[in-house]
Design a protein around this ligand. Structure first.
Ligand SMILES: Nc1ncnc2c1ncn2[C@@H]1O[C@H](COP(=O)(O)OP(=O)(O)OP(=O)(O)O)[C@@H](O)[C@H]1O
Ligand SMILES: [Mg+2]
Length: 434
């Protein structure tokens, strides 16, 4: 039975939708606040989420964000009676599956849910391509071919794999590919960004926690390892895990048992663990910051993705791929000129493929054609590093741009680095017209 989370504060409407969906055989969990929704999403994986947009001090967009971060494949359907171009754009940008205006008849809703479900079970036919960009791997340089070979070899096994590479080189893409080519493909793939979770919460996030285990734990919470049972967990930024938690992780990798915080007994789970890092783990080991035994445990198979500047022959392929994609998405017909290609190939790409992707996206929207000049202009605008700074406001905008470039446009990460709420960042970006 397909699980579904429904977030709607109007009790009558909540009841109506829930009843209709349950009749169709869905296991519906209904909540009426964003807080409850986000908490449920932290404790469990829901393939489909339906959420109102205007609920309380947070919105359905926050629910969307939480759902997507938990499981990028989650299909989120948003509904609102106060739709604006801004909310539709924000929903689209956030990866919402559909957007339904209230009032709607129940058939519209049921139809959207059916399509959401069909899109999840559909194979990889052409229309699906846009839905699965994360597992699309482009590149035919020797370095990439080596990686494909390793991925194909290791995917069907249950081996732990450590994926290393600079930021934006495609570590998560490799992890998803391994999962998709494994026997676990139809089970959950759950990425966990170890760097963004407070060390004190990492244990309960991964292993779960019993009600009352700590203040605020007002119910049992399922951890990632249990939620991903039979599937794959990606421990991202594993180099950032604190030493004292590293031991618990090591024990888990050896015993494949979890004991939720506050629980008196352990239970077995069946997950495959992949790990990724942009830090030099060997060096962290040498410096005593990473346990050597854990390093050995993880390092059953090691895949190292070379930075883009070491496989420049992939740049034309990637450039064309992204241009195609964004031309389609933004309904544009921007062409790649020889001079543009040369400019792309000459650049060093410190942000690797993610940066290339963002530059092309920007060019597709703003430029008439991708020639040398346009590429240079885009790179300068996105770097804006050496510009002399005048006012405090400008300094702030500069810093925001810089951090956004560094995070490859990831606003949640950027807000975290900047030490501000995501909402505040959005407000500032609005003002900057970004
Ligand atoms: N070979 C590739 N072909 C097509 N797209 C790619 C490829 N590698 C990466 N990408 C795209 O580049 C972006 C960054 O990839 P990904 O998130 O996997 O990087 P990462 O190594 O995990 O970066 P970080 O260390 O910053 O988390 C994504 O949008 C991804 O789809
Ligand atoms: Mg990553």
């Amino acid at each position: 039975m397909q699980k579904l989370l429904l977030v709607e504060d109007d009790p009558a409407l909540q009841f109506t939708i829930q009843t209709a969906l349950e009749e169709k055989g869905y296991a519906v969990e209904a909540v009426s606040t964003t807080g409850e929704a986000i908490e449920r999403l932290a404790g469990d994986v829901f393939p489909i989420v339906i959420s109102d947009i205007y609920i309380d001090e947070r919105t359905g967009l926050d629910v969307l964000d939480a759902a997507k971060r938990r499981d990028p494949n989650c299909s989120v359907i948003l509904m609102t009676g106060r739709g604006t171009i801004e909310t539709v754009m924000a929903a689209t940008r956030g990866g919402a599956f559909d957007y339904i205006a209230k009032p709607f008849d129940l058939d519209t809703m049921l139809h959207a849910v059916e399509r959401a479900e069909a899109s999840r079970t559909a194979g990889d036919d052409e229309a699906e391509e846009e839905e699965l960009p994360e597992t699309e791997m482009i590149g035919s340089s020797p370095g990439m071919v080596e990686i494909y070979k390793n991925v194909v070899k290791v995917a069907p096994t249950d081996a732990t794999v450590i994926i290393e590479g600079e930021t934006g080189t495609g570590k998560e893409v490799v992890a998803r590919l391994i999962h998709r080519l494994s026997r676990r493909a139809n089970q959950p793939f759950v990425p966990v960004d170890c760097a963004s979770i407070a060390p004190s919460l990492l244990e309960s996030e991964l292993f779960g926690a019993m009600r009352g285990a700590f203040t605020g734990a007002d119910r049992d919470r399922m951890g990632v390892f249990e939620a991903a049972h039979r599937g794959t967990v990606l421990l991202d930024e594993i180099g950032d895990i604190e030493l004292n938690f590293q031991f618990k992780l090591l024990r888990f990798l050896q015993e494949r048992e979890i004991r939720p915080v506050g629980a008196s007994r352990s239970k077995e789970v069946d997950v495959r663990v992949l790990a990724a890092t942009n830090r030099d783990l060997q060096r962290l080991v040498d410096e005593g910051k990473f346990r050597e035994d854990l390093w050995f445990r993880l390092n059953v198979v090691r895949i190292v993705i070379p930075p883009l500047c070491e496989r420049r022959s992939d740049i034309p392929l990637l450039g064309r791929f992204f241009l195609n994609k964004y031309n389609g998405r933004y309904n544009r017909d921007v062409k790649l000129m020889d001079s543009g290609l040369r400019a792309l190939q000459d650049y060093t790409w410190p942000g690797n493929i993610r940066q290339l992707q963002h530059v092309i996206e920007r060019l597709t929207i703003l430029a008439d054609r991708v020639d040398g000049e346009a590429v240079h202009a885009a790179l300068t605008a996105m770097e804006s590093r050496d510009r002399p700074v005048e006012t405090l406001a400008e300094a702030e905008e500069d810093q925001i741009r810089r951090v956004l470039t560094a995070t490859g446009g990831n606003k949640s990460k950027a807000a975290q680095i900047l030490g501000i709420e995501r909402k505040t960042l959005y407000r500032k970006l609005d003002r900057m017209k970004l």
